[in-house]
Design a binder for this molecule. Sequence first.
Ligand SMILES: Cc1cc2nc3c(=O)[nH]c(=O)nc-3n(C[C@H](O)[C@H](O)[C@H](O)COP(=O)(O)OP(=O)(O)OC[C@H]3O[C@@H](n4cnc5c(N)ncnc54)[C@H](O)[C@@H]3O)c2cc1C
Length: 414
Amino acid sequence: MRILIMGAGLAGVTAAFELLEDGHDVTVIDRQPGPAQETSFANAGLVAPGHAFAWGSPRAPKILMKSLFSKGQPLRYRLRFDPALWRWSLKFLKECSAERARINTERKHRLCRYAQLALQDVVSRTGIEYDGERRGLLYLYRKSESFENGARNMQIMMDAGHELEEIDRDRAAEIDPALEPSKGKIMGGFYAPSDESGDAHKFTVALAGLCKERGARFRYDTTVTGITTEGDNIDEIQTDQGAMKADLYVMALGSFSPVIARSLRETVSVYPVKGYSATLPINGANNPPTLGGIDEDNLFAYVRIGDSVRLTAVAEFAGYDTSHKPSDFSSMLKAAKELLPNAGDYDRPSYWACLRPMTPEGTPILGKGRLQNLYYNTGHGHMGWTMACGTARINADLIAGRRPDLPMDGMTLR
Ligand SMILES: Cc1cc2nc3c(=O)[nH]c(=O)nc-3n(C[C@H](O)[C@H](O)[C@H](O)COP(=O)(O)OP(=O)(O)OC[C@H]3O[C@@H](n4cnc5c(N)ncnc54)[C@H](O)[C@@H]3O)c2cc1C
Protein backbone atom coordinates (compact mmCIF):
# COMPACT_ATOMS: atom_id res chain seq x y z
CA MET A 1 0.00 0.00 0.00
CA ARG A 2 1.22 3.58 -0.73
CA ILE A 3 1.28 5.37 2.62
CA LEU A 4 1.99 9.05 3.12
CA ILE A 5 3.09 10.13 6.60
CA MET A 6 2.69 13.78 7.54
CA GLY A 7 5.46 14.76 9.96
CA ALA A 8 9.07 13.59 10.37
CA GLY A 9 9.41 13.89 14.14
CA LEU A 10 9.69 10.92 16.49
CA ALA A 11 6.10 9.85 15.77
CA GLY A 12 6.36 10.07 11.97
CA VAL A 13 9.79 8.46 11.55
CA THR A 14 9.12 5.54 13.92
CA ALA A 15 5.80 5.00 12.10
CA ALA A 16 7.69 4.93 8.77
CA PHE A 17 10.07 2.28 10.13
CA GLU A 18 7.28 -0.06 11.23
CA LEU A 19 5.26 0.43 8.03
CA LEU A 20 8.33 -0.41 5.92
CA GLU A 21 8.75 -3.59 7.99
CA ASP A 22 5.21 -4.49 6.90
CA GLY A 23 6.20 -4.03 3.26
CA HIS A 24 4.42 -0.74 2.51
CA ASP A 25 5.58 1.94 0.07
CA VAL A 26 6.26 4.87 2.40
CA THR A 27 6.66 8.62 1.83
CA VAL A 28 7.24 11.07 4.69
CA ILE A 29 6.74 14.82 4.31
CA ASP A 30 7.86 17.60 6.64
CA ARG A 31 8.12 21.37 6.40
CA GLN A 32 11.62 21.34 7.94
CA PRO A 33 14.83 20.61 6.00
CA GLY A 34 15.39 17.34 7.93
CA PRO A 35 13.89 14.96 10.50
CA ALA A 36 13.28 15.83 14.20
CA GLN A 37 13.73 19.58 13.85
CA GLU A 38 10.81 20.66 16.04
CA THR A 39 9.66 19.06 19.32
CA SER A 40 11.82 15.97 18.79
CA PHE A 41 14.96 18.15 18.49
CA ALA A 42 16.27 18.83 22.02
CA ASN A 43 14.02 17.13 24.57
CA ALA A 44 15.21 15.77 27.92
CA GLY A 45 16.01 12.37 26.47
CA LEU A 46 14.40 10.42 29.34
CA VAL A 47 12.79 7.09 28.52
CA ALA A 48 10.82 7.11 31.72
CA PRO A 49 7.93 4.66 32.21
CA GLY A 50 8.60 5.09 35.95
CA HIS A 51 7.48 8.70 35.61
CA ALA A 52 4.41 8.19 33.41
CA PHE A 53 2.13 10.23 35.65
CA ALA A 54 -0.95 11.85 34.14
CA TRP A 55 -0.80 15.63 34.53
CA GLY A 56 -4.49 15.74 35.50
CA SER A 57 -4.82 15.09 39.26
CA PRO A 58 -6.86 16.47 42.18
CA ARG A 59 -3.95 18.89 42.89
CA ALA A 60 -3.64 20.13 39.30
CA PRO A 61 -6.45 22.80 39.28
CA LYS A 62 -4.93 24.50 42.34
CA ILE A 63 -1.45 24.46 40.76
CA LEU A 64 -2.89 25.98 37.54
CA MET A 65 -4.70 28.70 39.51
CA LYS A 66 -1.56 29.54 41.48
CA SER A 67 0.43 29.88 38.26
CA LEU A 68 -1.98 32.59 37.06
CA PHE A 69 -0.77 34.90 39.80
CA SER A 70 2.89 34.07 40.32
CA LYS A 71 5.83 34.40 37.95
CA GLY A 72 8.76 32.04 37.45
CA GLN A 73 6.70 28.89 38.19
CA PRO A 74 7.61 25.68 36.31
CA LEU A 75 3.93 25.54 35.27
CA ARG A 76 2.76 28.70 33.52
CA TYR A 77 -0.93 28.99 32.67
CA ARG A 78 -2.13 32.28 31.24
CA LEU A 79 -5.71 33.31 30.49
CA ARG A 80 -5.83 34.40 26.86
CA PHE A 81 -8.35 34.70 24.06
CA ASP A 82 -7.89 31.20 22.71
CA PRO A 83 -11.03 29.01 22.38
CA ALA A 84 -8.81 25.95 21.70
CA LEU A 85 -7.16 26.49 25.09
CA TRP A 86 -10.54 26.88 26.83
CA ARG A 87 -11.91 23.70 25.24
CA TRP A 88 -8.75 21.79 26.12
CA SER A 89 -8.76 23.15 29.69
CA LEU A 90 -12.37 22.10 30.30
CA LYS A 91 -11.56 18.59 29.12
CA PHE A 92 -8.40 18.61 31.26
CA LEU A 93 -10.40 19.60 34.38
CA LYS A 94 -12.60 16.54 33.85
CA GLU A 95 -9.45 14.40 34.07
CA CYS A 96 -8.48 15.81 37.46
CA SER A 97 -10.39 13.47 39.79
CA ALA A 98 -8.41 10.90 41.76
CA GLU A 99 -10.08 8.11 39.79
CA ARG A 100 -9.30 9.61 36.36
CA ALA A 101 -5.72 10.35 37.45
CA ARG A 102 -5.22 6.71 38.38
CA ILE A 103 -6.80 5.37 35.18
CA ASN A 104 -4.81 7.73 32.95
CA THR A 105 -1.55 7.03 34.78
CA GLU A 106 -2.05 3.26 34.53
CA ARG A 107 -2.77 3.55 30.79
CA LYS A 108 0.24 5.79 30.20
CA HIS A 109 2.47 3.50 32.20
CA ARG A 110 1.29 0.41 30.31
CA LEU A 111 1.94 2.12 26.97
CA CYS A 112 5.35 3.45 28.09
CA ARG A 113 6.51 0.01 29.25
CA TYR A 114 5.41 -1.55 25.97
CA ALA A 115 7.05 1.28 24.01
CA GLN A 116 10.33 0.97 25.90
CA LEU A 117 10.56 -2.70 24.92
CA ALA A 118 9.74 -1.72 21.34
CA LEU A 119 12.55 0.89 21.43
CA GLN A 120 15.00 -1.71 22.76
CA ASP A 121 13.91 -4.08 20.01
CA VAL A 122 14.42 -1.43 17.28
CA VAL A 123 17.87 -0.62 18.70
CA SER A 124 18.95 -4.25 18.84
CA ARG A 125 17.67 -4.93 15.30
CA THR A 126 19.23 -1.82 13.74
CA GLY A 127 22.31 -1.12 15.89
CA ILE A 128 21.41 2.58 15.97
CA GLU A 129 23.78 4.70 18.10
CA TYR A 130 21.99 7.34 20.15
CA ASP A 131 24.04 7.87 23.34
CA GLY A 132 21.72 5.44 25.11
CA GLU A 133 22.20 4.89 28.85
CA ARG A 134 20.39 1.91 30.36
CA ARG A 135 21.42 2.11 34.04
CA GLY A 136 18.22 3.80 35.22
CA LEU A 137 16.94 7.25 36.22
CA LEU A 138 16.73 9.12 39.53
CA TYR A 139 13.67 11.03 40.76
CA LEU A 140 14.81 13.37 43.54
CA TYR A 141 12.99 15.45 46.17
CA ARG A 142 14.38 18.35 48.17
CA LYS A 143 11.52 18.80 50.67
CA SER A 144 10.07 16.21 53.00
CA GLU A 145 6.48 17.18 52.09
CA SER A 146 7.05 16.70 48.37
CA PHE A 147 8.90 13.44 49.06
CA GLU A 148 5.87 12.16 51.00
CA ASN A 149 3.52 13.22 48.17
CA GLY A 150 5.87 11.70 45.61
CA ALA A 151 5.96 8.41 47.52
CA ARG A 152 2.15 8.25 47.42
CA ASN A 153 2.17 8.85 43.65
CA MET A 154 4.95 6.35 43.06
CA GLN A 155 2.77 3.68 44.67
CA ILE A 156 0.65 3.64 41.47
CA MET A 157 3.79 2.70 39.50
CA MET A 158 4.81 0.08 42.06
CA ASP A 159 1.30 -1.41 42.03
CA ALA A 160 1.70 -1.66 38.26
CA GLY A 161 4.87 -3.68 38.82
CA HIS A 162 7.44 -0.96 38.13
CA GLU A 163 10.75 -1.51 39.91
CA LEU A 164 11.45 1.53 42.12
CA GLU A 165 13.91 1.73 45.00
CA GLU A 166 13.25 4.34 47.69
CA ILE A 167 16.59 6.01 48.41
CA ASP A 168 18.16 8.48 50.85
CA ARG A 169 20.72 11.14 49.93
CA ASP A 170 23.75 8.87 50.48
CA ARG A 171 22.33 6.19 48.21
CA ALA A 172 21.54 8.87 45.60
CA ALA A 173 25.19 10.00 45.63
CA GLU A 174 26.35 6.40 45.54
CA ILE A 175 24.24 5.74 42.43
CA ASP A 176 25.39 8.97 40.80
CA PRO A 177 28.60 10.49 42.25
CA ALA A 178 27.80 13.79 40.46
CA LEU A 179 25.32 14.37 43.32
CA GLU A 180 27.95 14.04 46.07
CA PRO A 181 28.65 17.82 46.40
CA SER A 182 24.94 18.68 46.68
CA LYS A 183 23.54 15.63 48.47
CA GLY A 184 22.76 17.75 51.56
CA LYS A 185 19.99 19.38 49.52
CA ILE A 186 18.33 16.04 48.73
CA MET A 187 15.65 14.77 51.13
CA GLY A 188 15.25 11.46 49.31
CA GLY A 189 14.03 9.98 46.09
CA PHE A 190 13.41 6.97 43.91
CA TYR A 191 15.78 5.04 41.72
CA ALA A 192 14.15 3.42 38.68
CA PRO A 193 16.82 0.96 37.46
CA SER A 194 14.88 -0.06 34.35
CA ASP A 195 14.26 3.48 33.07
CA GLU A 196 16.77 4.85 30.58
CA SER A 197 17.86 7.83 28.51
CA GLY A 198 19.27 8.73 25.11
CA ASP A 199 19.39 11.36 22.40
CA ALA A 200 15.98 11.36 20.70
CA HIS A 201 17.19 13.62 17.88
CA LYS A 202 20.21 11.44 17.07
CA PHE A 203 17.96 8.35 17.16
CA THR A 204 15.33 9.88 14.85
CA VAL A 205 17.90 11.13 12.32
CA ALA A 206 19.59 7.72 12.23
CA LEU A 207 16.26 5.89 11.90
CA ALA A 208 15.18 8.21 9.08
CA GLY A 209 18.49 7.42 7.30
CA LEU A 210 17.81 3.71 7.68
CA CYS A 211 14.24 4.09 6.39
CA LYS A 212 15.63 5.89 3.35
CA GLU A 213 18.07 3.05 2.70
CA ARG A 214 15.11 0.67 2.89
CA GLY A 215 13.19 2.59 0.25
CA ALA A 216 11.21 5.31 2.05
CA ARG A 217 11.03 8.70 0.35
CA PHE A 218 11.48 11.82 2.49
CA ARG A 219 10.13 15.07 1.11
CA TYR A 220 11.50 17.89 3.28
CA ASP A 221 10.80 21.63 3.00
CA THR A 222 7.24 20.61 2.15
CA THR A 223 4.40 22.13 4.16
CA VAL A 224 0.95 20.54 4.32
CA THR A 225 -1.54 23.33 3.65
CA GLY A 226 -4.81 21.40 3.37
CA ILE A 227 -6.54 18.11 2.71
CA THR A 228 -9.17 17.35 0.11
CA THR A 229 -11.70 14.63 0.85
CA GLU A 230 -14.03 12.61 -1.33
CA GLY A 231 -16.81 10.93 0.63
CA ASP A 232 -15.27 9.14 3.61
CA ASN A 233 -11.75 9.24 2.25
CA ILE A 234 -8.87 11.63 1.77
CA ASP A 235 -8.50 12.29 -1.94
CA GLU A 236 -5.22 14.22 -1.78
CA ILE A 237 -2.99 16.34 0.42
CA GLN A 238 -2.24 19.89 -0.60
CA THR A 239 1.29 21.11 0.06
CA ASP A 240 3.26 24.21 -0.93
CA GLN A 241 5.10 21.88 -3.37
CA GLY A 242 1.92 20.64 -5.03
CA ALA A 243 -0.73 17.99 -4.36
CA MET A 244 0.22 14.49 -3.19
CA LYS A 245 -1.79 11.26 -3.33
CA ALA A 246 -1.53 7.93 -1.55
CA ASP A 247 -3.78 5.01 -0.61
CA LEU A 248 -3.55 5.78 3.09
CA TYR A 249 -2.33 8.69 5.24
CA VAL A 250 -0.85 8.98 8.76
CA MET A 251 -1.07 12.24 10.65
CA ALA A 252 2.01 12.70 12.87
CA LEU A 253 2.17 16.50 12.96
CA GLY A 254 2.60 16.82 16.74
CA SER A 255 1.06 20.03 18.08
CA PHE A 256 -0.01 21.00 14.56
CA SER A 257 -2.26 17.96 14.04
CA PRO A 258 -5.41 19.78 15.29
CA VAL A 259 -4.69 22.70 12.96
CA ILE A 260 -4.71 20.47 9.87
CA ALA A 261 -7.48 18.19 11.21
CA ARG A 262 -9.77 21.20 11.64
CA SER A 263 -10.26 21.34 7.85
CA LEU A 264 -11.61 17.77 8.10
CA ARG A 265 -14.19 18.84 10.70
CA GLU A 266 -12.40 16.58 13.17
CA THR A 267 -11.65 17.78 16.72
CA VAL A 268 -8.27 16.54 17.85
CA SER A 269 -7.80 17.47 21.51
CA VAL A 270 -4.13 18.32 21.40
CA TYR A 271 -2.85 21.61 22.80
CA PRO A 272 0.75 22.88 22.52
CA VAL A 273 2.48 23.11 25.89
CA LYS A 274 5.75 24.95 25.60
CA GLY A 275 8.92 23.60 27.20
CA TYR A 276 12.40 25.05 27.45
CA SER A 277 15.72 23.28 27.15
CA ALA A 278 19.29 24.42 27.76
CA THR A 279 22.27 22.35 26.61
CA LEU A 280 25.61 22.88 28.33
CA PRO A 281 28.92 21.73 26.86
CA ILE A 282 31.04 19.53 29.16
CA ASN A 283 34.67 20.45 29.63
CA GLY A 284 37.50 18.58 31.41
CA ALA A 285 36.82 20.23 34.80
CA ASN A 286 33.15 19.26 34.92
CA ASN A 287 31.50 16.46 36.87
CA PRO A 288 28.46 15.67 34.68
CA PRO A 289 25.59 13.42 35.83
CA THR A 290 26.18 9.77 34.93
CA LEU A 291 22.42 9.05 35.00
CA GLY A 292 19.49 11.20 33.96
CA GLY A 293 16.94 12.36 36.48
CA ILE A 294 14.29 14.81 37.61
CA ASP A 295 14.41 17.40 40.39
CA GLU A 296 10.79 16.99 41.48
CA ASP A 297 10.60 20.21 43.51
CA ASN A 298 11.80 22.40 40.66
CA LEU A 299 10.39 20.18 37.91
CA PHE A 300 13.50 20.19 35.79
CA ALA A 301 14.93 17.15 34.05
CA TYR A 302 18.63 16.58 33.40
CA VAL A 303 20.57 14.11 31.31
CA ARG A 304 24.01 13.64 29.87
CA ILE A 305 23.93 13.46 26.08
CA GLY A 306 27.34 12.77 24.52
CA ASP A 307 29.64 15.73 25.29
CA SER A 308 26.90 17.86 26.77
CA VAL A 309 24.35 18.05 29.55
CA ARG A 310 20.73 18.79 28.73
CA LEU A 311 18.40 20.55 31.17
CA THR A 312 14.69 20.97 30.45
CA ALA A 313 11.80 22.50 32.37
CA VAL A 314 8.58 24.50 32.31
CA ALA A 315 5.11 23.73 30.98
CA GLU A 316 3.74 26.95 29.54
CA PHE A 317 0.34 27.38 27.90
CA ALA A 318 1.39 30.05 25.39
CA GLY A 319 -0.29 28.96 22.16
CA TYR A 320 2.04 28.28 19.24
CA ASP A 321 4.73 30.75 20.28
CA THR A 322 8.18 29.12 20.48
CA SER A 323 10.19 32.30 21.10
CA HIS A 324 12.54 32.41 24.08
CA LYS A 325 14.93 34.75 25.86
CA PRO A 326 17.73 34.04 28.37
CA SER A 327 15.60 35.12 31.37
CA ASP A 328 13.13 32.26 30.60
CA PHE A 329 15.88 29.82 31.60
CA SER A 330 17.15 31.52 34.76
CA SER A 331 15.06 29.59 37.37
CA MET A 332 15.94 26.29 35.69
CA LEU A 333 19.66 27.10 35.55
CA LYS A 334 19.69 28.33 39.17
CA ALA A 335 18.04 25.11 40.41
CA ALA A 336 20.35 22.97 38.24
CA LYS A 337 23.47 24.74 39.56
CA GLU A 338 22.39 23.94 43.11
CA LEU A 339 21.88 20.25 42.39
CA LEU A 340 24.63 19.68 39.81
CA PRO A 341 27.11 22.51 40.39
CA ASN A 342 29.78 21.12 38.05
CA ALA A 343 27.56 19.41 35.47
CA GLY A 344 28.78 21.43 32.50
CA ASP A 345 29.82 24.90 31.40
CA TYR A 346 26.95 27.04 32.71
CA ASP A 347 28.44 30.08 30.91
CA ARG A 348 27.88 28.60 27.44
CA PRO A 349 24.30 27.28 27.27
CA SER A 350 22.46 26.71 23.96
CA TYR A 351 18.81 27.62 24.38
CA TRP A 352 15.76 26.12 22.69
CA ALA A 353 11.99 25.99 23.22
CA CYS A 354 9.30 23.81 21.68
CA LEU A 355 5.75 22.52 22.00
CA ARG A 356 4.65 19.30 23.67
CA PRO A 357 1.55 17.96 21.85
CA MET A 358 -0.55 17.37 24.99
CA THR A 359 -3.92 15.63 25.22
CA PRO A 360 -6.05 16.26 28.34
CA GLU A 361 -5.61 12.61 29.39
CA GLY A 362 -1.89 12.35 28.58
CA THR A 363 -2.36 9.31 26.34
CA PRO A 364 -1.80 9.77 22.58
CA ILE A 365 -4.41 9.56 19.81
CA LEU A 366 -4.14 6.54 17.50
CA GLY A 367 -6.32 4.91 14.89
CA LYS A 368 -8.96 6.26 12.54
CA GLY A 369 -11.41 9.10 12.97
CA ARG A 370 -14.18 10.02 10.54
CA LEU A 371 -12.18 9.16 7.42
CA GLN A 372 -11.41 5.61 6.32
CA ASN A 373 -7.89 6.18 4.99
CA LEU A 374 -6.48 8.51 7.66
CA TYR A 375 -4.76 7.21 10.81
CA TYR A 376 -3.68 9.45 13.67
CA ASN A 377 -0.39 8.98 15.50
CA THR A 378 -0.23 12.13 17.56
CA GLY A 379 -0.66 13.73 20.99
CA HIS A 380 2.38 12.14 22.66
CA GLY A 381 2.69 15.08 25.03
CA HIS A 382 5.64 15.14 27.39
CA MET A 383 6.52 11.49 26.74
CA GLY A 384 6.85 11.13 22.96
CA TRP A 385 10.42 9.84 23.11
CA THR A 386 9.36 7.15 25.57
CA MET A 387 6.20 6.25 23.64
CA ALA A 388 7.15 6.61 19.96
CA CYS A 389 8.38 3.10 19.10
CA GLY A 390 5.32 1.60 20.82
CA THR A 391 2.76 3.83 19.15
CA ALA A 392 4.47 3.21 15.77
CA ARG A 393 3.96 -0.50 16.26
CA ILE A 394 0.31 -0.08 17.28
CA ASN A 395 -0.24 2.21 14.27
CA ALA A 396 1.20 -0.46 11.94
CA ASP A 397 -0.96 -3.15 13.62
CA LEU A 398 -4.12 -1.09 13.15
CA ILE A 399 -3.32 -0.44 9.49
CA ALA A 400 -2.61 -4.13 8.92
CA GLY A 401 -5.85 -5.13 10.67
CA ARG A 402 -3.86 -6.95 13.40
CA ARG A 403 -4.99 -6.75 17.00
CA PRO A 404 -2.54 -4.45 18.88
CA ASP A 405 -0.69 -5.93 21.87
CA LEU A 406 -2.35 -3.38 24.17
CA PRO A 407 -5.98 -2.43 24.74
CA MET A 408 -6.75 0.82 22.93
CA ASP A 409 -8.69 2.35 25.87
CA GLY A 410 -8.02 6.07 26.05
CA MET A 411 -5.92 6.04 22.88
CA THR A 412 -8.52 6.71 20.18
CA LEU A 413 -10.03 9.92 18.89
CA ARG A 414 -12.29 11.18 21.63
C1 LIG B 1 11.26 20.53 26.72
C2 LIG B 1 10.77 19.16 26.35
C3 LIG B 1 11.31 18.04 27.01
C4 LIG B 1 10.85 16.77 26.71
N1 LIG B 1 11.42 15.69 27.31
C5 LIG B 1 10.99 14.43 27.02
C6 LIG B 1 11.59 13.30 27.66
O1 LIG B 1 12.51 13.42 28.44
N2 LIG B 1 11.09 12.08 27.37
C7 LIG B 1 10.06 11.89 26.52
O2 LIG B 1 9.63 10.76 26.34
N3 LIG B 1 9.51 12.94 25.84
C8 LIG B 1 9.96 14.20 26.09
N4 LIG B 1 9.39 15.28 25.47
C9 LIG B 1 8.27 15.05 24.56
C10 LIG B 1 8.70 14.64 23.16
O3 LIG B 1 9.79 15.41 22.74
C11 LIG B 1 7.50 14.83 22.21
O4 LIG B 1 6.39 14.11 22.69
C12 LIG B 1 7.83 14.33 20.81
O5 LIG B 1 8.97 14.98 20.31
C13 LIG B 1 6.64 14.57 19.87
O6 LIG B 1 7.01 14.05 18.63
P1 LIG B 1 6.10 14.29 17.35
O7 LIG B 1 6.73 13.57 16.23
O8 LIG B 1 4.68 14.01 17.69
O9 LIG B 1 6.16 15.88 17.13
P2 LIG B 1 7.30 16.72 16.39
O10 LIG B 1 8.64 16.27 16.74
O11 LIG B 1 6.99 18.15 16.61
O12 LIG B 1 7.04 16.35 14.88
C14 LIG B 1 5.99 16.91 14.12
C15 LIG B 1 6.57 17.24 12.77
O13 LIG B 1 5.51 17.78 11.97
C16 LIG B 1 6.06 18.79 11.15
N5 LIG B 1 4.96 19.69 10.75
C17 LIG B 1 4.11 20.38 11.53
N6 LIG B 1 3.20 21.03 10.78
C18 LIG B 1 3.49 20.73 9.48
C19 LIG B 1 2.88 21.06 8.24
N7 LIG B 1 1.80 21.84 8.15
N8 LIG B 1 3.45 20.55 7.12
C20 LIG B 1 4.53 19.72 7.17
N9 LIG B 1 5.13 19.40 8.31
C21 LIG B 1 4.61 19.88 9.46
C22 LIG B 1 7.08 19.46 12.04
O14 LIG B 1 8.08 20.10 11.27
C23 LIG B 1 7.64 18.31 12.85
O15 LIG B 1 8.83 17.80 12.31
C24 LIG B 1 9.82 16.58 25.74
C25 LIG B 1 9.30 17.69 25.07
C26 LIG B 1 9.76 18.98 25.37
C27 LIG B 1 9.20 20.16 24.65
